[in-house]
Design a protein around this ligand. Sequence first.
Ligand code: CA
Length: 218
Amino acid sequence: MRVLLVEDEPDLASAIARALTDAGFAVDIAADGEEGVFYATEIDYDAVVLDILLPVRDGWEVVRTLRAAGRILPVIMLTARDAVEDRVRGLNLGADDYLTKPFAIEELVARLRALGRRAASHPAPELIAGDVRLDMAMRRVYQGGREVELTGREYSILEILARSRGAIVSRTEIAQHLYPDDADILSNTIDVHVASLRRKLGGALIQTRRGLGYLIEG
Ligand code: CA
C-alpha cells in the first residue's frame, strides 16, 4: 500500500514514516495541508494519514477539498485525545477512521491494513466510455486492455466527462470540480489537459463543442 502522511511535526512524521516503512508500506510525507492536497491529487495513494492541526490548510480543509474533488481514497485522521467533536466533524467531512494522539504505531498499521482489505473486498466501481475503462477506486484508466498513464488532473477531467456521457460539460463546470477553491483558473488550463488526454487516448473520444465545452458521446 502507498500511504500519504500529512504531519507537520518533523520528528513525529519521520518516526511514523519509518515505522510504516518497516511494516511494508510505501510512505510519502507532506508537511502542510496545501502540500497534502497537492500530493493526494497528483498521486494515487491507497490511504492518507492526516493530522488536524497543520500549517496553511488544516486537516478539515484537506479532507473537505479532497472529497469535493471526487477523491474517494481512505482517510485516517489523527485527533486530540477526548476531542469527540473533532472525530464527529472529521467523519462528517468524509474521513473514514480516526486515531487519537498519542497512539501506538501498531494500531495505525492495523487500521491501514483494515482499510486496504475493505477496499480490496469491494468490487471497484467502473465507468466505460467508448473503448476506455475507468477504475474509479484506483483512479486508473485502461484502453484495449492496457493501462494508460494519466496525471491526476487528466484523470479527473476524463471521469467528469465519462460520468456525464452524452451531455456537454462546460469548462467552468470542469474547473469548479478540479479547483473548488480557485474560481479564477484560466479555461486555457483545461484545454491543455484535454489536449494531453487526446494525445494519450486518441482524438475521437473527447469532442469539442465550440463555445460550450466538451463531450463524450453516450
Ligand atoms: Ca500538527
